[in-house]
Each structure stands twice: as structure tokens, then as C-alpha cells.
Design a protein around this ligand. Structure first.
Ligand code: C2O
Ligand code: CU
Length: 472
């Protein structure tokens, strides 16, 4: 029933080209102007079933990859030629509030919106995806997500494996569910989770990638609706032994130093970049796998092949490789330290909905749960009080430091690849409580924070915080 495992090559999303460059008279910076269209398309996902109707940016899923140099501003005109309303969030960007994808700020079919993004932060992989109120899971699952890479000269100088699509490859993970006729099962009607039994990388179920026996940089993005991953590599011929690799970056870019691991957690919306060295495996096949039950941290439903992700077919002939992974990657701009917990947020379920401190986003009167004076550093305690469920929590606008994790029976603490860098999503596994610290700047405005299980986000585990102006 799955005639496609490891048979089709990994697609690489094309690079989105700007239409023109203009100078911003206010900031003096270059603006790259783009036009992007959200529209229906069909794709033959299964060779032996009918095609799936999807809705994606420029008619593809994932959407095209933006590659933008740090310090170049972007204006993206996003035309909604789909059937449902949309709102687009650039996840990982300190965008001004009107361009942050505020869920009720929807663009109707037949209309467009121009988004302005500053791109001032350090190099990283961001992603753009739908954020329309109540239908984010539906829109994102139907294809509205893509990678957005911010390049940085400080990073280019390190000598890491490079070349988009060559030795620097985005791996956008999703997990979907198809009907008997090959059409995509929608998320409508799901109140708790949409696990999916088909693992896709860059839109292709269980692809393979032919690689050279050398180092590669892979940029993982978990763009699934509800599935979290615990990833590891094995030899196809000996799937019991996990192979070593190095984590070099997280949501907000490079870590202070590479973290050697043999497996890692990647919850929804998290980005992790790794370097994998294939030089020891010339002529072999390797597989990227996913631990059942996400190693006990998550509660995902597993299916026949959800422990498999993709295959790497390593060339037999030696190749030159002058890329390196330096022992120090950068000085991470951690926020100045603060004292005392400023806010405590409980993520729980009550009266048939997912909520934060008893509030859901539909509760318009009460949904602003924090007022944060601009420029202050705050410590937030995020408590998973929903029993067996797990929640990856995303805070808009800021990069935060994960200071502590407690309360769970697995007692995993903060993973080194979480603490060595800055993040904008942190995974609250079952019964876990996490402490995050962030510098609330650079803009005033009302921003969202929420669970990134998109079913939970839609129903209704999302609230807001207001970064308030300093007194004159
Ligand atoms: Cu990636 Cu508020 O979202
Ligand atoms: Cu959740």
C-alpha cells in the first residue's frame, strides 16, 4: 500500500526571485520586492491513486525558498487566489505587528497584502506559513508553508558546508493523511490532533537523496500539523546503531558551539540545523529515522511507516571536502539576566477546548495575558498542565533562552542543543514545565503566543501579549 518508500528523489524547493530592488528612504536599506501567490494546485502524491488538491504559495508545497542577506529588507506582496482567507506569518522574524500575521488580520480571496519584513537579526532559517484565525491547520496542512533563509556574512566566514540545494539542504518535514482516492484528508473536524501516517520531506513522501561521501548541512524544519519527531540516522543494513552528527543551529541561528548527538527532538515549528559527515559511509545507504512515541516525550500516534523519514544513498568515490565545523560558532546574544518569574502560563484543556490560563484566543476581552514594557527582560514559566498531551510553545517577536525544564518523569532537563542557542519555540513534553527568558523588543505592539500543534492553536490555545511603549 506504500509503493513509494525511498523511490522518489528529494525535491529541493526553488529559490524565490525578487521582482525589483528599491531603496528605503527611511532606513536607507535596500528593499527586495517580491510577489507571491497563494493558489490551488494538484499533485500526484501516490502513483497508483488520484491526485491531491493542495493550496500552496506559488502553487507548490513547500513554497519557494526565500534567501535574503541579513540587513536587506523585504516587501512581499502576497496575493490570495485561494478559496479561503489567509494571513501570513514570518516565523522567526521580529516583524512589526501589522506584518506579523495576526490571526484575525485576514486577506480575503481575490485580495492581496504587502508584508514588510526587516531582516535585521542574525542569520537563521525562518519559515513563512499561514496563520488565519481558526483555519491555520487547514491552510498549512493543504500546503501553505515555506522556508526563508537569512544569510549572514559572519556565518559565511565559518567554512560550513554551503551551496543551497547542493551541500546546504532544507528538509521540511510534514506528516499527512490521504484518503483512499488520493485526496488529502483535511484537518476540519479534528479537535485534538492530526497525526498523519505519511511522512513527507519537502512535500515528497519518504524520498531519497543521493549524496557524496562528504559533509552536508541539513536544515530541519518540522512543519507538521501535530507530529513531533525524534530523529536519528542509521545504516540501512544495520538499523540498530545510531550514527553521530553535530547540531550547529536552532530556531534563532547558530549555537555557541556544535553539539554532538546521535538523536534529537524536533517538535512542530522548531528548526535545527545539523552537519552530517557521510565520508565514513561511501557506497552505503543510510536512513533518517523517527523514534516511536517520540522517545516517550510526545504522545503521537504511530503508524506502519512513521518511524521512517528518508534515505541517503552515498556515492562510492571519494570527493574533496574543504568544509569545516569550527569548535566555536558564535557569541550568542543571550538576553541580560533577569530575576524572578514575571508570568506563569498554564497550557491545559477545559470545557472541550485547549486554553492558556483558562483563556482562548476567541475570548477577545481577556486574551491579552501580559503587558510587557518594551525593552524589559522577562522570565516566563510555561507549564504543561494537560496530562498526557504535549505542546510546542511559540512566542512571537522574540528569541528566548531556555533556562530550565522540570516536572517530567523523563527528567530530560534542557537539551544542550536547546541551551546553546536562542529559540522561538520550546517543547513542553508531557508534564513538563519550562522557563524561558527574553528581551521584549524592538517594537511595541500586540503579539501572539500559542501552541504550535496547529489543531490546538485553532482550538483555541493561543493568546496575546502587549509590548507597551516606554513612558515619555
Ligand atoms: Cu509558526 Cu504563530 O506561528
Ligand atoms: Cu498543544
Amino acid at each position: 500500500e506504500y509503493p513509494i518508500i525511498y523511490r522518489v528523489p528529494l525535491p529541493i524547493p526553488p529559490v524565490k526571485q525578487p521582482k525589483m530592488t528599491v531603496a528605503n528612504p527611511v532606513t536607507g536599506k535596500d528593499i527586495w520586492y517580491y510577489e507571491l501567490e497563494t493558489r490551488l494546485f494538484t499533485q500526484q502524491v501516490y502513483p497508483n491513486l488520484g491526485p491531491a488538491t493542495l493550496v500552496g504559495y506559488d502553487g507548490m508545497s513547500p513554497g519557494p525558498t526565500f534567501i535574503v542577506p541579513r540587513g536587506t529588507e523585504t516587501v512581499v506582496r502576497i496575493m490570495n487566489n485561494a478559496e479561503l482567507e489567509t494571513s501570513v506569518h514570518l516565523h522567526g522574524s521580529p516583524s512589526r505587528a501589522p506584518f506579523d500575521g495576526w490571526a484575525p488580520d485576514v486577506t480575503q480571496p481575490g485580495e492581496y497584502k504587502d508584508y514588510y519584513w526587516p531582516n535585521e537579526q542574525s542569520g537563521r532559517m525562518l519559515w513563512y506559513h499561514d496563520h488565519a484565525e481558526g483555519i491555520t491547520s487547514l491552510n498549512a496542512n493543504s500546503g501553505q508553508a515555506g522556508a526563508y533563509i537569512l544569510t549572514d556574512p559572519a556565518e559565511d566566514a565559518l567554512g560550513l558546508p554551503s551551496g543551497y540545494g547542493e551541500y546546504d539542504i532544507p528538509l521540511v518535514l510534514t506528516s499527512k493523511h490521504y484518503n483512499q482516492d488520493g485526496t488529502l484528508k483535511s484537518t476540519v473536524g479534528e479537535a485534538k490532533s492530526y497525526w498523519g501516517d505519511v511522512i513527507q520531506v519537502n512535500g515528497q513522501p519518504w524520498p531519497f537523496l543521493a549524496v557524496e561521501p562528504r559533509k552536508y548541512r541539513f536544515r530541519f524544519l518540522n512543519a507538521a500539523v501535530s507530529r513531533s519527531f525524534a530523529l536519528y540516522f542509521v545504516r540501512a543494513a544495520a538499523p540498530d546503531g545510531k550514527l553521530p552528527f553535530q547540531v550547529i543551529a536552532s530556531d534563532a541561528g547558530l549555537l555557541a558551539a556544535p553539539v554532538p548527538v546521535s538523536d534529537m527532538y524536533v517538535a512542530m515549528a522548531e528548526r535545527y540545523e545539523i552537519v552530517f559527515d557521510f565520508s565514513a559511509y561511501a557506497g552505503e545507504s543510510l536512513e533518517l529515522r523517527n523514534l516511536n512515541k517520540v522517545g516517550g516525550i510526545g504522545t503521537d500516534d504511530d503508524y506502519a511507516h512513521t518511524n521512517q523519514v528518508m534515505r541517503f544513498v552515498v556515492g562510492a568515490d571519494p570527493v574533496p571536502d574543504n568544509s569545516t565545523v569550527p569548535a566555536r560558532l558564535r557569541d550568542v546574544p543571550f538576553p541580560p539576566s533577569s530575576t524572578g518569574i514575571d508570568h506563569h502560563f498554564r497550557f491545559h484543556r477545559s470545557q472541550g477546548e485547549w486554553r492558556i490560563n483558562g483563556v482562548g484566543f476567541a475570548d477577545v476581552e481577556n486574551r491579552v495575558l501580559a503587558h510587557v514594557p518594551r525593552g524589559t527582560v522577562e522570565l516566563w514559566e510555561l507549564e504543561n498542565a494537560s496530562g498526557g498531551w504535549s505542546h510546542p510553545i511559540h512566542v512571537h517577536l522574540v528569541d528566548f533562552r531556555v533556562l530550565d525544564r522540570y516536572g517530567d518523569e523523563a527528567n530530560r532537563g534542557v537539551m544542550p542543543y536547546e541551551s546553546q542557542g536562542l529559540k522561538d519555540v520550546v517543547w513542553l513534553g508531557r508534564h513538563e514545565t519550562v522557563l524561558v527568558e527574553a528581551h521584549y523588543r524592538p517594537w511595541d505592539g500586540v503579539y501572539m503566543f500559542h501552541c504550535h500543534n496547529l489543531i490546538h492553536e485553532d482550538h483555541d490555545m493561543m493568546a496575546a501579549f502587549n509590548v507597551t511603549a516606554l513612558d515619555a
